[in-house]
Design a binder for this molecule. Structure first.
Ligand code: NCD
Length: 327
């Protein structure tokens, strides 16, 4: 297979250009994308970073289009990020408050989809606690659907924003060693990242206690570690994950203190990674559980930059899906 181009294209100043050609109507998972499509989305996201750093951040590209954010799970940052991305592109953005909607009155997912579809949206952004629910909904509506996280399955825009952040610091993805540490079994962020990084020829390591490793993980990750100190050695990127108590059936760890001792990222453990390693976290972060507050705020931490990249990636994805020719 030809080596995929993972270098970032130099963004042009001024005009942001037009989105790349794209053969998909929806963005349901990274598993549907090839390296060329991933690189094209990352390159276009770079343009959106530039747009977002200008005093006037408004683009007219989605003027007149309707975006519905349908979040069945609590979310602060992802929903805000999609809302801001849509507004920067001039879309009319509606947030569906699911808790106060008919869903809690017993309406099925499919009926909700049919109702929303009748309102003629152009894109529906969906987060749901069940893996596969977003794909099911995408089959019932006439517009584009973006998966904003479905159970422990996929969270594609998170993996894209993580890849963009890494590429901006390391200038490439191929050949890098990326260690993902924490509750791998219940994490859609880990899954989407492992798929993307594997596609882009990075070396992936997962680090977790055996109870937080899903069966078959060796098919997705290059290396699997239960010893964090071993797993961190020489890593270029250290990505920490929250314990997903809401998705775990039963208690995952005997005590927070013990977990922190063995799997919490502190300065001593971080010193085992490459000297120029960056520290990432998708948020929400639990300081003192998976990460030492000092590490979360240290110069190696790019956690706030991830949030900035999130808006840019979501702008790029929505423009790409809704641009003429891609629909
Ligand atoms: C992640 C998610 O929802 O999967 N967070 C996010 O998208 N901001 C990770 C998490 O909840 O721990």
């Amino acid at each position: 297979m030809a080596e995929p181009t993972t270098q970032s294209a130099t963004p042009t100043t001024g005009e942001a250009g037009s989105p790349p050609p794209f053969r998909h109507r929806h963005l349901l998972g990274i598993a549907d994308l090839d390296p060329v499509e991933i690189t094209a989305l990352l390159d276009y996201s770079e343009r959106m970073v530039e747009v977002s750093r200008q005093p006037n951040k408004k683009r007219a590209t989605l003027k007149g289009r309707t975006q519905i954010n349908l979040f069945f799970e609590n979310s602060t940052r992802t929903q805000a990020s999609f809302e801001l991305a849509g507004k920067r592109l001039s879309a009319d953005v509606m947030n569906m408050a699911v808790k106060s909607s008919s869903i809690s009155k017993g309406e099925t997912l499919i009926d909700t989809a049919a109702t929303l579809n009748a309102m003629q949206p152009d894109v529906i952004v969906i987060r749901h606690s069940a893996a596969g629910a977003v794909e099911l909904l995408s089959q019932k509506v006439g517009c584009s659907v973006i998966n904003a996280g479905d159970g422990a399955h996929e969270h594609p825009t998170q993996a894209l924003l993580d890849a963009l952040t890494i590429r901006r610091h390391k200038n490439r993805l191929n050949g890098l060693t990326v260690a993902i540490c924490g509750d791998i079994a219940n994490s859609r962020v880990a899954r989407s990242n492992l798929i993307l990084l594997g596609q882009m020829q990075a070396r992936t390591r997962v680090i977790a206690p055996a109870t937080m490793l899903p069966p078959g993980i060796e098919l997705l990750a290059t290396e699997v570690f239960t010893d964090m100190e071993e797993g961190l050695k020489g890593a270029d990127v250290v990505m920490m994950l929250r314990i997903q108590n809401e998705r775990a059936h039963g208690k995952l760890i005997p005590s927070v203190r013990e977990y922190y001792q063995f799997y919490g990222l502190d300065e001593k453990k971080l010193a085992l990674a490459a000297p120029d390693a960056i520290v990432m976290h998708p948020g929400p972060m639990n300081r003192g559980v998976e990460i030492d507050p000092l590490v979360a705020d240290c110069p190696a931490s790019v956690i706030e930059e991830q949030v900035e990249m999130g808006v840019a990636v979501r702008m790029a994805v929505m423009e790409t899906l809704l641009s003429q020719g891609n629909q």
